[in-house]
Design a protein around this ligand. Structure first.
Ligand code: P1T
Length: 385
């Protein structure tokens, strides 16, 4: 039988947690249980599974594995990152309030500002880099503080433990969206978060071939609620999606090491390029969150953002003129992507406190040969910057 003790190393858990050989055939890889329902031996009895919205063994394998990677007792998988965010926020009631970090994925902002507001759940954008100010200006209606670190797309670093202390002092819950770091680089539950959310579409899946979401928590009551909602709402991932995500996560550790070292090579070129006005990367010693990132992350990640001289027109041209960096939304896959957040991923934040600068370019540095990536970006900057 495979071993999945909590004391096992990260890569061991990625390969084995929840992934014992299948009991009937001995299949080493958890099969795709492509079935919508399960035969029951008698009315009111079942063998662990009844109906595939409620549960599916391929999904269980994924949930067990990802929970083990976040050091969580409970893991619940969803059809997308947004479905996971939506289900987490359903604990809120009319009159409640969300403190949302003032840089976050545009879709999260849209969900909170356009969907939850209809149900009289308020929100405000908060600078979470200042835990003291969060404490001083605490809104008594706040039930959830929603934090990304590194943030999307400005790569701001937030001190998870410091924010957790303030949030708990006021009896609220802290959710950390760990999508940009991945559990390989950062485990927020150990730093005091009440729940961790992922778009598994990104680093966890890792191959840009599947959309998914995930929540990890050690809060048994919240987990039971989420499990109930997962079934009641039904935003569940199919077994093929679970299989692909589980296949992807096996190599998360080795991929992240390469994402990080390739990102460093790209950053080294960008900081010296005359067309670039600012590089946003927590690995840079002059990044305001560098020391916190160094203490709460194992490395600085594969996401790099930068601002260009010449404004929005130049930024949009550069984003469209690379050979290896594909112009596309999303991130965290093995191949490099480039995008213009203002027009693409963060268009829904335009005019809000979360609006991003229009001369900003975001790259998801893939695992291609580092020198090729550096050359590709440099030629676009040389030509158009
Ligand atoms: O796309 P989906 O799997 O539903 O995940 C939403 C989501 C949640 N949280 C963060 C931090 C994210 O970055 C995302 C999705 N982001 C992109 C598609 C993007 O290009 O930024």
């Amino acid at each position: 039988m495979a071993v999945d003790r909590p004391s096992d190393g990260f890569e061991t858990r990625a390969l084995h947690a929840g992934q014992d050989p299948e009991r009937v055939t001995g299949a080493v890889i958890p099969p795709i249980f492509q079935t919508s329902t399960f035969a029951q031996p008698a009315v009111g009895e079942h063998l662990g599974y009844e109906y595939a919205r409620t549960g599916n063994p391929t999904r269980t394998a994924l949930e067990t594995c990802l929970a083990a990677l976040e050091g969580a007792d409970h893991g619940i998988a969803f059809a997308s990152g947004m479905a996971a965010c939506d289900t987490l926020l359903r604990r809120l009631r009319p009159g409640d309030h969300i403190g949302l970090g003032d840089d976050a994925y545009g879709g999260t902002y849209r969900l909170i500002s356009a969907i939850f507001s209809v149900h009289d759940v308020g929100h405000s954008a908060v600078d979470l880099t200042d835990a003291k100010a969060l404490d001083t200006n605490w809104n008594p209606a706040t039930q959830i503080v929603w934090l990304e670190t590194p943030t999307n797309p400005l790569l701001t670093i937030v001190d998870i433990a410091a924010v957790a202390e303030v949030v708990h002092k006021h009896g609220a819950k802290l959710v950390v969206d760990n999508t940009f770091a991945s559990p390989y680089l950062q485990q927020p539950l150990a730093l005091g978060a009440d729940a961790v959310v992922h778009s598994t579409t990104k680093y966890i899946g890792g191959h840009s071939d599947v959309v998914g979401g995930f929540v990890a928590t050690n809060d048994a009551e919240w987990a039971a609620d989420l499990r109930y909602l997962q079934n009641a709402i039904g935003a569940v991932p199919g077994p093929q999606d679970c299989f692909l995500t589980l296949r992807g996560v096996k190599t998360l550790g080795v991929r992240m090491d390469r994402h990080c070292s390739n990102a460093r090579a790209v950053v080294d070129m960008l900081v010296d390029h005359p067309a670039v006005s600012k590089v946003l990367y927590p690995g840079l010693p002059n990044h305001p969150g560098h020391d916190i990132a160094a203490s709460q992350m194992a490395d600085f990640g594969g996401m790099v953002s930068f601002r260009v001289k010449g404004g929005v027109g130049v930024a949009m041209k550069i984003a469209a003129e690379c050979r290896l960096f594909t112009l596309a939304e999303s991130l965290g896959g093995v191949e490099s992507l480039i995008e213009h957040p203002g027009v693409m991923t963060h268009a829904s934040a335009a005019g809000s406190a979360l609006e991003v600068p229009d001369d900003l370019i975001r790259v998801s540095v893939g695992i291609e040969t580092a020198a090729d990536l550096v050359d590709d970006l440099r030629q676009a900057l040389d030509r158009l910057g």
